[in-house]
Design a protein around this ligand. Structure first.
Ligand SMILES: Nc1ncnc2c1ncn2[C@@H]1O[C@H](COP(=O)(O)OP(=O)(O)OP(=O)(O)O)[C@@H](O)[C@H]1O
Ligand SMILES: [Mg+2]
Length: 227
């Protein structure tokens, strides 16, 4: 589902990824770990074309990204098939949870309101928020907002989900409820790449752990061996 081949990237003239290669099979969960500044977020951004890379290639969900700027059509295709969840939830504050989840299927996929609403309602139930569908983000806890963000990404039925430290701005109770949702996704066979410092979660959910430091893959293996 993902094949990263000798990817290198620079920021402000400094190398931030060097010869990174990575492969994620359909249904696998790869957890990215490593020190701050190691290049984890940059790598996730390269996977969706949000960040440019200078050498190597990415195959993701059937799309190929090459070094340099990506064609707009490629970016649109990748973003349709790859969902991203960030540390900041980035929900639309003026929309209810339900409308946040319905928006992309309506606008990007052209689903009719009835179908988009049914899909969004099902997803909010899946993340345990059926009773909160009519609330705005400001009326939800951080953990609830992050679960809406996950439902919103899932509403596009992505082939791959990418998570960049989805729980790092949450307190422990809310971290647990978000990680339970991510673990359920893993069991359902969703292909995922997850950046997290939560080693306990990695041991439970990861097919493989990849450690990045100073822009290089320095170790990879089963969570039980590596962490
Ligand atoms: N826009 C930018 N301009 C200059 N340098 C950048 C930029 N974005 C990232 N970097 C540098 O690239 C390196 C990798 O950053 P990145 O955010 O990918 O690390 P990370 O592993 O996600 O770290 P953290 O665990 O703190 O989130 C860092 O040295 C960072 O300073
Ligand atoms: Mg980061």
């Amino acid at each position: 589902m993902i094949e990263v081949d000798n990817l290198s990237a620079e920021r402000s003239g400094q190398p931030v990824l060097r010869d990174v290669s990575l492969s994620v099979a359909p249904g696998a969960v790869t957890v990215l770990v490593g020190p701050s500044g190691g290049g984890k977020s940059t790598l996730l951004r390269c996977l969706t074309g949000l960040a440019e890379f200078s050498a190597g290639s990415v195959l993701i969900a059937g799309h190929r990204l090459d070094a340099g700027p990506q064609p707009v059509a490629t970016l649109q295709a990748v973003r349709r098939d790859v969902g991203m969840v960030f540390q900041q939830f980035n929900l639309f504050p003026h929309l209810t949870a339900l409308d946040n989840v319905m928006l992309a299927p309506r606008v990007v996929l052209g689903l009719l309101p009835v179908a988009a609403r049914r899909r969004a309602t099902d997803l909010l139930a899946r993340v345990g928020l059926e009773e909160h569908a009519g609330k705005h983000p400001s009326q939800l806890s951080g953990g609830q907002q992050q679960r809406v963000a996950i439902a919103r990404a899932l509403a596009m039925q992505p082939k791959v989900m990418l998570f960049d430290e989805p729980t790092s701005s949450l307190d422990p109770a809310m971290t647990g409820e978000v990680l339970a949702v991510v673990a359920e996704l893993a069991r359902s066979g969703q292909t995922m790449v997850i950046v997290t410092h939560d080693h306990g979660f990695a041991r439970r959910a990861a097919t493989e752990v990849v450690q990045l430091a100073a822009g290089r893959v320095v170790a990879r293996g089963a969570a039980g061996e590596l962490l």
